[in-house]
Design a protein around this ligand. Structure first.
Ligand code: SAH
Ligand code: SF4
Length: 363
């Protein structure tokens, strides 16, 4: 096993200080980022604009260790999902969702999640561990290498959302360098409004994110009042809705008029989908620049929640539209490969139990 510095997870500042330690100039950091993230090269031997002695030195003191792709699956609707091994016992999933004018990669930030939201398969699985910055960016690396560019030279991955497994704001020390690499021109060159961190509402970390890397924010609201949110999103007992909304307003302070927070709202039949609840939600969001994304619930084994009917979703949407909000309904994508929102963990769990036989089968 190698003990070298893992270069995958170092952003430009991290690489610059790494090269400084080797007595090398700062521009080496840019060269290395381009090789790794733009050209998908993980072998120092292929980095032809680095002098041979430097390549040799890097091979001794550092490593670029791409994750092993255990499964690479395509759905009938074009959604693609990778199962990546991150260590002996854990694997994570990354999902690519093509749409007509963009391609969104949904990335995981933790193995499992401690937040225990009652409607979420990952929440039922419990928390295993934080991913490292290298493991987070590796998901983008694998997908980008597989998908590449369109015929006119545009990257196929135009957007990244941290909406896979895990609560990204409870893993900021790893998430922030990974975000920096996504945004860096020498990395994936994505603009801040095309990279979205989704949170269940970790109030102090929302302020920290703003200070460290103010990408687009999505907040998983799911209920218009504390009594219901306490039940669906238990972290609400610690950071209730009023505090969460205040943090959202602080996050948006000083941002351009075009920017907004996306409020996610999973539609659960008979639980949070009534017209009265739509009215309360509309009232709650009046003083935050908001877009609302309604997510039809994706069932998973063992849940007693049901998806709201199409008519209940339409009525709820209509109510919010009439109050002047921009409201989208998320289309369910990739459900034939269990890649829809909230379905990732169950499959990882099942596969984890079978990880070794599965790997043997693939070899
Ligand atoms: N932990 C973060 C990000 C990961 S969850 C968060 O909660 O925001 C990403 C989104 O998927 C969240 O809005 C979450 O509420 C939603 N989700 C979770 N389980 C779901 C399910 N079973 N059906 C539909 N959406 C779900
Ligand atoms: Fe964790 Fe998000 Fe699932 Fe809640 S919805 S358990 S915060 S992954």
């Amino acid at each position: 096993m190698s003990v070298g510095t893992a270069l995958f997870g170092l952003d430009r500042d991290g690489l610059t200080s790494f090269f400084h330690g080797l007595g090398e100039k700062p521009f080496r950091a840019q060269q290395l980022m381009q090789w790794i993230h733009q050209r998908g090269v993980a072998d120092f031997g292929h980095m032809t604009n680095l002098a041979k002695p430097l390549r040799g030195r890097l091979a001794e003191v550092a490593e670029i260790h791409p994750p092993e792709v255990l499964v690479d699956q395509c759905s009938a609707d074009g959604t693609r999902k990778w199962l990546l091994r991150v260590d002996g016992g854990n694997a994570i999933e990354t999902v690519f969702i093509p749409e007509h004018n963009r391609g969104t990669l949904c990335v995981s930030s933790q193995v499992g999640c401690a937040m225990a939201c009652t409607f979420c398969a990952t929440g039922h699985q419990g928390f295993n561990r934080n991913l490292t910055a290298a493991e987070i960016i590796a998901q983008v690396w694998v997908a980008n290498r597989a998908l590449g560019h369109s015929a006119d030279g545009e990257r196929i991955i135009s957007n990244v959302v941290l909406m896979g497994m895990g609560e990204p704001l409870l893993n900021l020390p790893a998430v922030v360098p990974a975000l920096n690499i996504m945004l860096d021109d020498m990395g994936y060159g994505l603009s801040k409004r095309r990279v979205t961190v989704s949170t269940s509402g970790i109030v102090p970390a929302i302020d920290r994110l703003k200070a460290q890397c103010d990408v687009a924010l999505a907040v998983s609201l799911h209920a218009p009042d504390d009594t219901l949110r306490d039940e669906l999103v238990p972290i609400n007992r610690k950071y209730p809705i009023a505090e969460l909304m205040a943090a959202c307003r602080r996050y948006m302070a000083g941002k351009s008029a075009r920017s907004h927070i996306t409020f996610e709202y999973v539609m659960l039949d008979g639980v949070n989908d009534s017209p009265a609840q739509a009215a309360r939600l509309a009232a709650l969001l009046t003083d935050v620049p908001a877009k609302i994304n309604l997510i039809p619930f994706n069932p998973f084994p063992g849940t007693s929640y049901r998806r709201s009917s199409a008519s209940a979703v339409a009525r709820f949407q209509e109510h919010l539209l009439n109050r002047g909000y921009i409201v989208t309904v998320r289309r369910t994508r990739g459900d034939d490969i269990d890649a829809a929102c909230g379905q990732l963990a169950g499959q990882v769990m099942n596969r984890l139990r079978r990880l070794e036989p599965l790997v043997a089968e693939l070899r």
